[in-house]
Write a protein that binds this ligand. Structure first.
Ligand code: ADP
Ligand code: 5GP
Length: 192
């Protein structure tokens, strides 16, 4: 699918629900595949290397930057890097699938610009900053220090919403998943 492979980008502050929505879409659309990012953070909960992320050391991450292996990367949190490997997109397209991303807002906009015309960039919007904070702490996967870092970043990230192709409200999860399915279906199978 090298010529016709597309990119579907989900971005939002941490806790908005993008991972939940992306997993739902992956269970519904067999021709989508998740872009596994590289990160220097430690695995959380039952996350697995090579499934949720490629968990690599900072030394290896910096080496891969020098080798120009990333299409985009960010120091999303202080001292913690995340990035999309060019080889990951190529692998998925070579497998005949479209790529779906769960990525921070800056990285999401970067990919949207880089793959203009082939990308749909969706911003997942929580009902409010307060609800976002509740969801993040309710997830129960982050230490207090990590939570504080994520809250501090969230307000700035919400301001990026208008730069995306679509703002998807995640108030009621079932409604958001249905809307996400309609958006993705229309994008990968256009009627005209
Ligand atoms: P992100 O990937 O954006 O960081 P997650 O998908 O991990 O967010 O969701 C954060 C938490 O909020 C999870 O515990 C998830 O189950 C919950 N959640 C997601 N969407 C909703 C929703 N619409 N209503 C209530 N809880 C939600
Ligand atoms: P988490 O640690 O909660 O898995 O992710 C933290 C943030 O990093 C989230 O906003 C997530 O979407 C983002 N992220 C994950 N992978 C990438 C990536 O490859 N590039 C960028 N720029 N951000 C990423």
């Amino acid at each position: 699918m090298d010529q016709s492979g597309k990119l579907i980008i989900f971005s939002a502050p941490s806790g908005a629900g993008k991972t939940t929505i992306v997993h739902h879409l992956l269970s519904k659309f067999p021709d989508l595949a998740f872009s596994i990012s590289a990160t220097t953070r430690e695995p959380r909960g039952d996350e697995q290397d090579g499934k949720d992320y490629y968990f690599i050391s900072q030394k290896e991450f910096l080496h891969r930057i020098a080798q120009k292996e990333f299409v985009e990367f960010e120091e999303v949190y202080s001292g913690t890097f995340y990035g999309t490997l060019r080889a990951e997109i190529d692998r998925i397209w070579a497998d005949g699938k479209h790529v779906i991303f769960d990525i921070d807002v800056v990285g999401g906009l970067h990919l949207k610009r880089k793959y203009d015309g082939k990308a749909l960039a969706i911003f997942v919007q929580p009902p409010s900053l307060e609800v976002l904070i509740d969801r993040l702490s309710g997830r129960g996967t982050d230490s207090e220090a990590k939570l504080q870092e994520r809250y501090a970043k969230a307000e700035k990230e919400l301001a990026y919403a208008p730069q995306f192709d679509v703002i998807l409200k995640n108030y009621d999860l079932d409604v958001a998943c249905e809307e996400a399915k309609t958006l993705v279906s229309g994008f990968i199978n256009p009627k005209f």
